[in-house]
Design a protein around this ligand. Structure first.
Ligand code: PGA
Length: 255
């Protein structure tokens, strides 16, 4: 059985106070709709990490992620945050390679492979994001784009290290646009990603790795997306900022 996971990526939203309030609301909402077998992850801005980790530490299947990390261990890099620092807050996950980082901060596969390496070295689980943009989809290059993003940054890993990753497929044209991939588009891409992982690392790794869908996934469409055989959950942006919606998404897996 693959792990079912719903991760909320808050991006650059919520003040410290508003962030803690949102976590309280999520915890309260989960009392009403418990989802004990789903791993729930919150990825707030760096400044919230320690306080949120403290709030959720005793809860079942609950984790905290940073949205980014630096690729080096430490040093004179003003404004940056290392994986070791992230771990010291109690966070156990890190989003690596989100399309907004690739696009607005020019993060390329070489850099991302270093981030994956240092995260794993420090026992931080990467949630590694891949996804094509609209031009690539329209030119029928979505499969090769996604495979290249995945292989360039992660296929140097050993099978046991690769098996520690969480993968998130996030078509760029669906992020924050309100346009979701159809269930057919999501399922066929997830199946393709899993088959390429199978080719590289074998059935044991490919059948146990969780592949999340991201891109305008919300309380209305999560159910049909999570019903797809190769979709193991979601990486949620906008809808993760409202506690009832986020918890409805957490409860959207087939029984
Ligand atoms: P969205 O963002 O749900 O707001 O489309 C998803 C993401 O970027 O992780």
């Amino acid at each position: 059985m693959r792990k079912k996971i719903v991760a909320g990526n808050w991006k650059m939203n919520k003040t410290f106070e508003a962030g803690l309030q949102l976590v309280d609301e999520i915890i309260k909402e989960l009392d009403a709709q418990p989802a004990s077998e789903v791993l729930k992850i919150i990825a707030p801005p760096y400044i919230h990490l320690a306080a949120i980790a403290e709030k959720v530490i005793l809860l079942n299947e609950f984790g905290v992620a940073s949205q980014n990390c630096h690729h080096l261990a430490n040093g004179a890099y003003t404004g940056e945050v290392s994986t070791e620092m992230i771990v010291s807050t109690g966070a156990k996950y890190v989003i690596v390679g989100h399309s907004e980082r690739r696009l607005y901060f020019a993060e390329n596969s070489e850099l991302l492979s270093q981030k994956v390496d240092i995260a794993l070295k420090n026992n931080l689980t990467p949630i590694f994001c891949i996804g094509e943009n609209l031009a690539e989809r329209n030119a029928d290059k979505h499969l090769e784009t996604v495979l290249k993003q995945l292989s360039d940054a992660t296929f140097h890993l050993s099978a046991s290290d690769f098996g520690r990753l969480i993968i998130a497929y996030e078509p760029v044209w669906a992020i924050g646009t309100g346009v979701t991939a159809t269930t057919e588009q999501a399922q066929s891409m997830h199946k393709y990603i899993r088959s390429e992982i199978n080719k590289k690392y074998g059935a044991e790794v490919s059948s146990s790795i969780s592949i999340l869908y991201g891109g305008s996934c919300n309380a209305q469409n999560a159910k049909e997306l999570f019903a797809c055989e190769d979709v193991d959950g979601g990486l949620i942006g906008g809808a993760a900022l409202k506690a009832p919606d986020f918890v409805t998404i957490i409860n959207s897996f087939p029984a």
